[in-house]
Write a protein that binds this ligand. Sequence first.
Ligand SMILES: [Zn+2]
Length: 411
Amino acid sequence: MLLPGALICLAILLSSGLGVYLRMRQIENVARHRETVPADFAEEVTLDDHRRAADYTIARTRFGIVETIFDAVLSVAWLAFWLAPLYALVAGVTEPGLTRSVVFVIAFTLIGHFLELPFSYFNAFSLEEKFGFNRLTPKTFILDEAKSLALTAAIAVPALYAMFALLRALPDSWWLFAWVAFMGLTLAMTVIYPTVIAPMFNKFTPMTEGDTKSRMEALLEKCGFESKGLYVMDASTRSTHGNAYFSGLGKAKRIVFFDTLLEKHSLEEIESILAHELGHFKYGHVRQMILQSAIVAFVCFAALYWAFSSGDFTGWFGLPNDPGIVLTALMLAQEPIAHLLKPLLSGRSRKAEFEADDFARQIVGKEPMIAALTRLTRDNLASLTPDPLFARFYFSHPPVPVRVAQLRSAG
Ligand SMILES: [Zn+2]
């Protein structure tokens, strides 16, 4: 391995060190506030709830530390030791050419996936189980795994063939075409995901006629939305965590409520949650997210182009310059950069959440939104006292106490 390769491995380890440090801060902060419910929530959240939320957060974060260290060690092991023999193995059974590169990427991905499998298993059947959230059975777990593996293969194998073929045919401009094709696929996914893929895993039933539905439809109309596409998802088959989300664009637009959410919240609270989701649409957050991923993808494809055409990159790790190796090695090497960019991206996302909260406040008033957020936090055992730096780095949503304070101070 050459010096730049060694420095990249060092950066991966340092980045994981930063991840461990931030998680330790989180554990310390949550543990320190375990015995006192923040004043704003003293009426709705009991000390017992608060303690349980602290214990859950600490258990999850500890698990996160183990995962962070494992991932970094695995990445370095791949770059320094395993990619070369894996490539030799694949080269032994395939002719030089497109298929060899594709098989290599698939082998790498599969091995990585199976090494991560014990973590997902532990997460569902030990951690979530212990705190009463898990509803997965080993059978559903295995079925989900098999389905997502088959689905990934169905999309990734043709995509890899196409990309590597393009790379051969147009060595200088392939990455621009690949980027355009990737964005096309991303846009197609916003339609395909809610209508085809998500229903392979969960059941989506149109919301049944009744009080809830008519209230939601009235709200949609008030905000100028078509009243089609209200769905209930059987999230309770996997976990008791409650949520709601918006998916798709144009005609495929859907508003999905988890059945677990509808069970627990009052009508006013559900309205405020829908109003929040509508706020994301009103402020164009979905378009912003797509634009953001277009920029990220552009940089990634440019980096791939550079890494492949210069030929230096794989040389840093003493690896052959096969497109499959370039792709896998670059995916591993970009981790520290992606980690450092996290606060920037999650900061943008948190800003969008404030805007959506504010929209909900204007439409249904602040009290139902505050009540909904409080109940969600309590039921999901989210900590009311996260470490500010940890939250700044990783939270896609602002901590609930901050959101509630913001709502209280507004208007
Ligand atoms: Zn939101």
